[in-house]
Design a protein around this ligand. Structure first.
Ligand code: OKP
Ligand code: ZN
Length: 346
């Protein structure tokens, strides 16, 4: 398995509105340091730098207007005389129109859906590097069978033109689009993060060339609250190409693994020829913001189950917030996967 690394991620450190208090985001630079250490210690030494990502690929996933907004928002915020990180405080009311305000403050509300993250000085660059790592991993996956994009910030909550949930550019969607562009006819995105991959669902909702599957905490009681329900199955040509498997709060590995097998069966049935795994390990029993009950010993089994699909696979880093065991859990998935995956002769 190829490991794709990034530069400059530590310059992204967002502010988070957490239940009435502004705190440094739990999606911290330290997360990636422990992941890098554990992946290296596990013996994965085929490490490649992320290659630059073309704007044209990014623009197949995100709106040009949003990409431009992301890269200039922090400077505009500072130039307007505001302190701290750029953060929204107003979102469109239910029957508001679609007007995009001119002010950066208004545009922050237009281009985000939650106040759990902000745009800091290094956010745009780090988000771009993460998307680049995802695209690079997808390319390697087609060439050698599998690759892991080892980056932050995560991406699966970012929609075509909104950030939120610690996510700015949708790395998994970029990987899926890259796989399509390189010739995969039908791509599956399997999202195993604790939270619903709302952005990925949204980006591909009307398309039948990308099957999106997400196993997550029931949104009736967890972020992202308004989306991620089982009844959401896609629209138009995309009807039947979205599979949500919400689970009750507190779910343990047995129930979680049953859902994984349902998703894997759906991917098989759809005849997908490449796979993107949105790899979050905030399903861990001691994760500070989640409540599933997966244990460290389960993560290699997760990797093994996914490898059974025997598809070219790009594994894309998402969430996981207990830095103590984060690295071990991520490396566990990769090890289980690598042992069971046949790879490719190409
Ligand atoms: C990102 B990923 C409020 C917490 C809300 C939402 C969770 C975002 C998780 N302070 N944060 O899916 O791991
Ligand atoms: Zn998550």
């Amino acid at each position: 398995m190829i490991i794709v690394r990034v530069d400059d991620h530590a310059q992204h450190h967002a502010t988070e509105m957490h239940l009435g208090q502004l705190i440094p985001s739990v999606e911290s630079p330290a997360r990636l340091q422990v992941i890098e250490r554990a992946v290296h210690a596990a013996g994965f030494d085929d490490v490649h730098d992320a290659q630059c990502i073309e704007l044209s690929l990014l623009e197949r996933v995100h709106s040009p207007q949003y990409i431009e907004f992301l890269s200039t928002a922090y400077e505009r915020w500072r130039a307007a005389g505001y302190a701290g990180d750029a953060m929204a405080y107003t979102w469109p009311a239910r029957h508001a129109g679609q007007t995009r305000p001119e002010s950066v403050v208004g545009q922050l509300g237009y281009h985000s859906f939650s106040a759990d993250c902000s745009i800091s000085a290094g956010t745009a660059g780090a988000a771009r590097n993460a998307a680049a790592a995802a695209a690079t991993a997808a390319t390697h996956a087609l060439q050698v069978g599998s690759a892991f994009a080892m980056h932050r910030p995560p991406g699966h909550h970012a929609t075509r033109d909104q950030f939120g949930g610690y996510c700015y550019l949708n790395n998994a969607a970029v990987a899926a689009q890259r796989l399509r562009d390189l010739g995969a006819a039908k791509v599956a995105v399997l999202d195993i993060d604790y939270h619903h991959g709302n952005g990925t669902q949204d980006i591909f909702y009307a398309r039948d060339d990308v099957l999106t599957c997400s196993i997550h905490a029931d949104p009736a009681n967890r972020f992202p609250w308004f989306i991620g329900y089982a009844a959401e199955r896609g629209v138009g040509a995309g009807e039947g190409s979205n599979l949500n498997l919400p689970l009750p709060l507190g779910s343990a590995f047995d129930a979680w693994r049953d859902a994984l097998h349902v998703a894997i069966a759906a991917i098989r049935k759809a005849g997908c020829d490449a796979l993107v795994v949105a790899l979050g390990v905030d399903t861990f029993e001691h994760d500070p913001i989640s409540d599933f009950k997966l244990k460290t010993e389960h993560y290699p089994l997760v990797g093994t189950d996914i490898a059974a699909l025997q598809l070219p696979t790009a594994l894309i880093m998402e969430g996981g917030y207990l830095t103590e065991q984060l690295g071990e859990n991520v490396a566990g998935v990769l090890q289980g996967f690598a042992q069971a995956h046949r790879g490719s002769s190409a």
